[in-house]
Ligand binder design. Sequence first.
Ligand SMILES: [Zn+2]
Length: 97
Amino acid sequence: MKNYINNFTYGRELVKKLIIGAVICYTLALLFRASAAVQVGFMVAGMALFIAAVVVIVKDCRCPHCGKVIFLGVLAVKNCPNCKRNLVTGRKAKKVK
Ligand SMILES: [Zn+2]
């Protein structure tokens, strides 16, 4: 088991992997046009991975300080939009010089 700084970084890594997996499944679905059964299989798998990513976001991608679910821009955001604390270090966001 890997050591993550907090739930948020753990959830974010998981979401990243699930979304990459979903994109791969959809890409494969587009490539396998010859076989409808294979195509549907990949689309269902991609959908399942996408749903799993949403579940992980709601469950784990919360601000460690105020508990707000970070949904939009979960892979890029650094500071909580609610309490303005850094999601990894917990420090209050500093003003940019
Ligand atoms: Zn917060």
